[in-house]
Write a protein that binds this ligand. Structure first.
Ligand code: SAH
Length: 383
């Protein structure tokens, strides 16, 4: 493993304890920007782990060993770290819990092999992830929050609001558990499961740095896509991280008025702020942008909507990904029929826009984001 710990330098200064504020049994620390970093064993960077190991009175090389077990060999439990003294593991896991999600259900699509996982974390928090097999590799769609507070009207994930942010370790654990269960190497990650990634900024960026960094799964930044509903300060901050990750914007409406009706966040940030923020993000990493557009019958699928989309994003290096809306019981929205979806695509193409229709993966298992998690929590409450 090639983890640069800068050990000599570190010997010189006293070790600091990561996550000093231990609120309600969980270790958390407020970042400079006010976002809260959640600490568990898998969330610790190699430097933080080295500090924690030294505070426990052990030699720094133990940190390298542990990091390798956690992030390269992706062990399922602390007892699998066989060359590390049990005393050290106990001391560490007492402060930093070992994240070990239980797989509650796996639904496997008979059509395309998509696997949808429902995980349960220690505090009874349910999290969904999806594994998809493509020609170019294996992709995992992870959740970044338990629930969501963005309130998009067509989305099942937001119905119960936000319960809590997930830690970087909990995001890693979704990928690791799937890789262990399938025995396949994951090559792509999309942050498009439950939650708004930019509403959990510090933990999400920590996750991206750990999964792409040395000593981990070494996934290429170019193979990661983050989807946001359009939190402008988050987009600009992400630009300054200078990551090569792909950005997707959930557009869903071509003007602010229509957008505000289906996406409450549009009341906070207008398209006149979002589009320049995206252009600025693009000017730094030059990765093609994606605009996600859930087509809702009679709401955002008119010819005029197509024209407005074209004038909004024309000239940008961008792709529009059309998603026939997945009906959520509470919302009462319907997808247009297939012919209408194809017509809408054609209209956009006639304006010179690149368009794809999202391949519906795992149509025979649970559809839209949040539906499995929601159904399961309904079952739990019904009991
Ligand atoms: N919060 C982030 C990522 C999570 S959702 C975001 O807003 O981008 C991933 C994508 O699925 C988003 O584009 C979201 O708007 C879309 N989505 C959610 N519910 C949907 C539904 N019922 N049908 C179609 N797309 C949906």
């Amino acid at each position: 493993m090639s983890v640069g710990t800068g050990q000599d330098e570190k010997e010189m200064r006293p070790a600091a304890e990561p996550g000093l504020n231990d609120a309600a049994g969980r270790r958390e620390r407020e970042d400079r920007d006010g976002s809260v970093i959640r600490y568990d064993l898998q969330s610790l960077t190699i430097d933080e782990l080295t500090d924690a190991v030294r505070l426990a009175g052990e030699k720094p090389f133990r940190a390298k060993q542990i990091y390798q077990w956690l992030h390269e060999k992706i062990v399922a439990g602390p007892e699998e770290m066989t060359n590390v003294p049990k005393k050290l593991i106990d001391a560490l896991t007492e402060k930093y819990p070992f994240v070990s999600p239980e797989i509650r259900t796996v639904q496997v699509s008979k059509i395309d092999g998509t696997r949808k996982y429902l995980f349960r974390f220690a505090d009874d928090c349910y999290v969904e992830s999806v594994y998809m097999v493509y020609q170019h590799g294996h992709s995992v769609c992870i959740s970044t929050q338990n629930g969501c507070r963005m309130g998009c009207r067509f989305c099942a994930s937001t119905i119960g609001g936000l319960t809590r942010n997930l830690s970087a370790g909990e995001m890693l654990a979704q990928v690791y558990a799937i890789q262990r269960e399938t025995g396949e190497r994951v090559s792509n990650i999309v942050l498009m499961g439950t939650g708004e990634p930019l509403d959990n900024y510090a933990n999400v960026v920590r996750f991206i740095r750990m999964i792409t960094g040395p000593g981990g799964l070494n996934i290429s930044e170019r193979n990661i896509t983050l989807s946001t509903c359009g939190i402008v300060p988050g987009i600009l901050k992400l630009r300054d991280e200078k990551l090569m990750i792909n950005l997707a914007l959930s557009l869903h409406a071509p003007n602010d008025q229509m957008r505000r009706e289906i996406m409450p966040i549009a009341r906070r940030y207008s398209l006149s702020e979002i589009i320049p923020a995206l252009k600025s993000y693009y000017s730094v990493n030059r990765r093609r942008l994606t605009f996600e557009y859930s087509l809702i019958h009679g709401v955002n699928d008119s010819d005029d909507a197509a024209r407005q989309i074209a004038s909004l994003i024309g000239g940008m290096n961008a792709l529009v990904n059309l998603i026939p809306v997945n009906p959520v019981r509470e919302a009462g929205f319907k997808a247009p029929d297939r012919t209408h979806v194809l017509n809408f695509k054609k209209k956009l193409e006639n304006y010179g826009i690149h368009v794809t229709i999202r391949r519906e993966m795992g149509r025979d298992i649970d559809g839209a984001c949040g539906q499995l998690r929601k159904r399961c929590s309904e079952m739990e409450t019904d009991r």
